[in-house]
Design a protein. Structure first.
Length: 335
C-alpha cells in the first residue's frame, strides 16, 4: 500500500516538472541564451513591387506609392531593398514627369559647321615651244629666243632635266661666256650661281678676294697697289699703305716703327720720329747723335731737343745739370 502511493507521487512530480519546463520556455521566462543559441541574421529578402490597383474607366491608374529613400520617376539613390521606381510614362528620361515640380533642361543645339569653299588651283602653264621667260620647259628649244650654243648669249631651259624654266643666260667672270644663273661663276674660284653678286673680275676695291692676284692691279709690297687683306680665303681688296721702312702692307698689318704694333701706320707718325712724336729709344728720333746738343733724343717717351749742360754735352732737359753741383733739370741754356 505504501509502495503504491510513493510510486504515484513520483509520477505526479515528474509530470509537474515537465509541464513547468514547457511553460517557462514558451512564455520566455528563462533567458534566450539558456534555451536556444543566438539566431544568425539573414539577408533582407527582396522587396516585392506593389501591384497597382486595376484600372477603372479611361483614366490611367495612379502611380504606386513612393518607396522610402527613392525619388519617384528617377534613377536616384536606390531604396534599402534595391528597387528603383520606373519613370512616369511620357516623361523625358531623367525628369520626374508631369506635375512633379521639376523641369528638364533640353541639351544645347549644335552649331552648324560653316561650309568651306575650295580654292580652285591655277594649273601651271604647259611647257612647249615659244615659252616665255619664267615659264616651264623641258628642253632648250621650248623657250622663245633659245640659243643652243653653249656659252653664247640667249635664252635656254635652266634647272633639273624635264622640269626647268626658261631663263636668260648670264655672263661669267670672263665676260664672254654665258651660262644659266645657277651655273654661272663670277671668278675662277667662286661657287656656281655667283654671277648675280655684282662683283667684277678682277676684283675692285672693297670686293671679296682669296688672293692678291684676284684684285685689279694687285701687287704685294707696293704702296698704293691693291692687295687681298683680311683672313686667308675671305679677304677684301684694299690699297696698301707705307710702313716704317717704306714697304706697302695691308693697313691691318702695317707698323709705323720696328717696335710698334700691327695696324699703327694710320697714326701719321714718321720714321725716324720727328719732334714731339712718340719714341722708345733715342735712336727712334731723326738725326739723333749721342751727347750732341740740339739734336733730337727720346725724352720722356717723345722726341725732344737735347740741351747742353754746363760742359756743353747734350742731355734731355730733365736730366741736364746746369752746374757741377746744381743737380738735374737745372740747365737754362737752349738751342
Amino acid at each position: 500500500m505504501n509502495e503504491g502511493l510513493i510510486f504515484l507521487l513520483v509520477i505526479l512530480i515528474m509530470v509537474g516538472v515537465i509541464v513547468w519546463w514547457n511553460w517557462t520556455t514558451v512564455s520566455g521566462w528563462l533567458p534566450a541564451s539558456s534555451t536556444t543559441p543566438p539566431a544568425t541574421p539573414s539577408a533582407t529578402p527582396p522587396a516585392t513591387l506593389p501591384s497597382p490597383p486595376p484600372s477603372t474607366g479611361s483614366n490611367p491608374p495612379p502611380p504606386p506609392p513612393p518607396t522610402p529613400g527613392v525619388t519617384t520617376g528617377s534613377t536616384g539613390p536606390s531604396s534599402p531593398t534595391g528597387y528603383t521606381t520606373p519613370p512616369t510614362p511620357g516623361a523625358p528620361v531623367g525628369s520626374t514627369g508631369a506635375g512633379s515640380g521639376s523641369t528638364s533642361t533640353p541639351p544645347p543645339a549644335a552649331t552648324p559647321a560653316t561650309p568651306t569653299t575650295p580654292t580652285p588651283s591655277t594649273p601651271a602653264p604647259a611647257a612647249g615651244p615659244g615659252a616665255a621667260l619664267g615659264q616651264p620647259c623641258m628642253v632648250p628649244t621650248d623657250c622663245a629666243g633659245a640659243n643652243l650654243l653653249v656659252g653664247q648669249p640667249g635664252n635656254t631651259c635652266c634647272g633639273p632635266t624635264g622640269s626647268g624654266t626658261c631663263q636668260a643666260k648670264m655672263a661669267d667672270w670672263t665676260g664672254i661666256n654665258f651660262y644659266c644663273p645657277t651655273e654661272c661663276r663670277d671668278s675662277p674660284t667662286s661657287a656656281a650661281g655667283t654671277c648675280s653678286s655684282g662683283n667684277t673680275w678682277p676684283r675692285s676695291p672693297g670686293q671679296p678676294c682669296k688672293l692678291t692676284t684676284d684684285c685689279k692691279g694687285g701687287v704685294a709690297g707696293v704702296v698704293g697697289a691693291m692687295a687681298c687683306c683680311g683672313p686667308a680665303g675671305s679677304g677684301v681688296c684694299t690699297a696698301q699703305v707705307r710702313d716704317w721702312a717704306g714697304v706697302g702692307y695691308c693697313p691691318t698689318d702695317c707698323k709705323d716703327s720696328p717696335t710698334s704694333a700691327a695696324g699703327s701706320c694710320a697714326s701719321g707718325n714718321t720714321w725716324p720720329r720727328s719732334i714731339t712724336q712718340p719714341c722708345n729709344t733715342h735712336a727712334d728720333c731723326a738725326g739723333w747723335v749721342a751727347g750732341k746738343a740740339c739734336t733730337l733724343g727720346c725724352c720722356g717717351g717723345k722726341c725732344s731737343k737735347l740741351i747742353p749742360n754746363f760742359a756743353g754735352v747734350g742731355y734731355c732737359p730733365s736730366e741736364c745739370w746746369g752746374g757741377i753741383f746744381s743737380g738735374p733739370n737745372t740747365c737754362t741754356t737752349s738751342c
